[in-house]
Design a protein. Structure first.
Length: 489
């Protein structure tokens, strides 16, 4: 590696990534941290790049330096706190908040962050108190109402609903994100009181706002899925150099959003041998040397590897390093990233001892649940029932392809059977991934303090229940666009 001026290290890292050399990019970024000690606005860009390649430690340190760049504003500080929370460093984030001056701790944005963290760890009473403070301080910020709606069960004659209805006209003058989150919160309120017509109208209003910001490129997604199915056959995958990564640490849980994946994650992380889990999105970073995840890119990656190298084992070991940065070196880890169906073949090739649990749920119930939820990471296909149907159909095809290719490594879990009679299915889940049966895994709702970042945060704190089976019936009159696009009728 040639020496260069410190200010060019990031350019060298970017050049390395263009050549699909992730490890070289990481080395340049570490040198950048070592050589550039003075603060600067560029640290924010370093965080973005570090997150793209899965380097959590670099991302957090770069954002810390950005936050301490003069002028030290609250916005910069909150970005740093958000970075900590995103990577599971909740205790560190709370400690940083506690060090703020009291006047700053009382700022609406800081209180909102406290409320969000309390929600994630299941401290709903404290979270509600903080959310109400944010609403009192900033009633026309939709995110404050959405946060409250996640943890609250609204009732008939609820004064919160009256207040939201009073504010509805004024919310149209706020930024798009505030509008969208407000309407999803209002939809949840109407849903709780079983006013499903008004609930659907509010959800649709929120989705309409989101569609003005980003569109779903269904044709591109369909093309990629079809290409994956055609090219990543068992015969082709057997042509790749075997991986020597022998780790069994990761447990992959996948499926469509709202199909029960968070429940299974909660079951697994209740086990004493499992130390954590989340939607990690780290394997995409580990697979960067393989280019665009196509078959031709996989072959090109092998072609760039020297004779005797272990290219796919290197991918697996890089992923293990990323897990260590997020969770430490001990225990099994649940990776609940939901978009793994796009490159499942490469995942299972790079990690030949890994097992997968794939959730399947009634399409109608899944569709309406997706449409009703505001996702922290935008899912453009979730803002239209027709787009949801098109996305589901390709996901079905990918599931069938991978389940047939890896019948011994992928365990399919029917959501409805899991929630109706959980014990035998939990036993199957534990056996599939090589875990002994423990009582805690059969009572996942009793798990304390684990941070849950998904829309199921309140649901998984309750005993396993079948009450969400048949959820689409309440919205039956609105399901036509989905059913026509999905079933062809």
């Amino acid at each position: 590696m040639q020496h260069s001026a410190p200010q060019s290290r990031i350019h060298e890292a970017i050049a390395a990534l263009r050549s699909f050399d992730r490890n070289a990019a990481v080395s340049f970024m570490r040198l950048h941290l070592k050589e550039r000690m003075e603060p600067g606005d560029s640290w924010r860009s370093v965080t973005t790049l570090a997150n793209r390649i899965g380097e959590i430690d670099i991302a957090v340190e770069a954002m810390r330096r950005y936050a301490h760049t003069p002028p030290q504003t609250l916005d910069r500080t909150l970005e740093y706190f958000s970075e900590l929370a995103t990577h599971g460093r909740v205790k560190e984030c709370l400690a940083e908040i506690d060090r703020l001056p009291t006047s700053v701790q009382n700022h609406t944005a800081v209180i909102h962050l406290r409320a969000t963290l309390a929600t994630q760890t299941g401290e709903f009473d404290r979270a509600e108190q903080w959310h109400r403070q944010t609403i009192e301080q900033s009633p026309l910020t939709g995110q404050n109402w959405l946060g409250l709606s996640v943890i609250k069960k609204f009732t008939e004659g609820d004064p919160d609903i009256d207040e939201m209805e009073r504010l509805r006209g004024s919310i149209r003058g706020t930024p798009p994100t505030s509008q969208a989150t407000f309407f999803y919160a209002l939809g949840k309120a109407y849903h709780d009181i079983k006013d499903f017509d008004r609930a659907f109208a509010a959800y649709r209003d929120g989705a309409d706002v989101k569609r003005t910001e980003e569109t779903f490129d269904a044709a591109a997604r369909d093309k990629f899925a079809d290409q994956v199915i055609a090219e990543f056959t068992p015969k082709n995958l057997n042509r790749l150099t075997p991986s020597e990564c022998d780790s069994q640490r990761p447990i992959f849980v996948t499926g469509l959003p709202r199909s029960g994946t968070t429940l299974v994650e909660q079951i697994l992380t209740s086990h004493s041998a499992v130390s954590g889990g989340a939607e990690l999105n780290l394997l995409r970073a580990a697979l960067l040397p393989a280019g665009d995840f196509s078959w031709n890119a996989a072959l090109a990656y092998e072609g760039r590897s020297a004779s005797g190298d272990d290219p796919w084992g290197s991918v697996g070991r890089d992923y293990m390093t990323m897990l260590n940065q997020r969770f430490g070196p001990d225990g099994r880890i649940v990776d609940k990233t939901l978009n793994h169906s796009r490159f499942m073949g490469l995942i299972l090739h790079a990690l030949p001892h890994a097992k997968v649990i794939w959730l399947r749920r009634n399409p109608d119930d899944t569709a309406i649940s997706v449409f009703r939820n505001y996702f922290a990471s935008p899912l453009p296909w979730s803002w239209s029932l027709t787009d949801i149907a098109r996305y589901f159909k390709k996901d079905d095809a990918l599931f069938n392809h991978w389940a047939n290719a890896y019948p011994d490594r992928i365990l399919t879990i029917p959501y409805e059977e899991l929630v109706v009679d959980s014990k035998p299915w939990i036993a199957k889940i534990l056996a599939h991934v090589g875990l002994s049966e423990e009582r805690a895994a059969f009572e996942p709702h009793k798990q304390e303090k684990r941070s849950v970042l998904t829309a199921s945060v309140a649901q998984v704190r309750q005993p396993i229940s079948a009450k969400q089976v048949g959820a689409a019936k309440a919205y039956d009159k609105f399901m036509g666009p989905f059913r026509e696009a999905y079933y062809g009728k």
